[in-house]
Design a protein around this ligand. Structure first.
Ligand SMILES: [Zn+2]
Length: 208
């Protein structure tokens, strides 16, 4: 699954093939031609991914369990939770948009985090697991489809507009989701594609 030859990595920015097999723990490699980051061999890389992923899942649980926003206008108050957002869009007559919103802001990020756990737990303990390659493939695909930061920016932009018409107060879930999106981004950032596949291949060789 490495897109390059064993021991080498193709620069994502300029396609130069760079030899990285001599990389030692604590070192990182950048492209000698364009300076693009290639890979880093970090100590405890997997425990970092694991702790960010677990913390992100807890934050997501908070984000879906409590009020996200409440609006009050003219003595009327309405409270909105995160799972209600897609339902309201659905009832508004836009089922496709509702499914996409639910997928991009909750389901895909949650699935990505669970797969990160299933991928990094065996890697952390240096054990082979029959699902490890499938998890690796899915994690690197799905991470492109999680739009947690886009959602946060969208919410803030809408709030600025709504604040002119109604009094908006942010609920516990809003902050839960902000924490979730930061932790999710950190978990993905701590995952080094090249190192993960190198370790999977090494485990596969010793396993069979
Ligand atoms: Zn380059």
């Amino acid at each position: 699954m490495n897109e390059s030859e064993p021991g080498s990595i193709a620069c994502h920015a300029c396609d130069l093939l760079v030899e990285v097999s001599s990389l030692k723990t604590g070192q990182s490699a950048i492209c000698p031609r364009c300076g693009h980051f290639l890979t880093a061999k970090r100590q405890d890389a997997h425990s970092k991914v694991l702790s960010y992923s677990l913390a992100a899942l807890v934050a997501l649980l908070v984000a879906i369990s409590f009020p996200f926003l409440s609006f009050s206008s003219g003595g009327l108050e309405s409270v909105m939770t995160l799972p209600q957002t897609p339902r309201m869009i659905w009832e508004y007559g836009l089922p496709a948009v509702a499914i996409m919103v639910a997928a991009f802001i909750i389901l895909i990020p949650a699935a990505t985090l669970l797969m990160l756990l299933f991928l990094c737990l065996p890697l952390h303990f240096g054990r082979w697991a029959p699902w490890i390659k499938t998890m690796g493939r899915w994690v690197f695909h799905l991470q492109n489809w999680a739009m947690v930061e886009v959602f946060i920016i969208g919410v803030i932009v809408s709030l600025v507009k709504i604040a002119k018409m109604a009094t908006v107060s942010l609920g516990l879930s809003f902050w839960g989701y902000v924490a979730f999106s930061i932790l999710f981004t950190l978990a993905i950032a701590a995952l080094d594609r090249y190192q993960v596949w190198t370790e999977i291949e090494a485990l596969e060789t010793t396993h069979g």
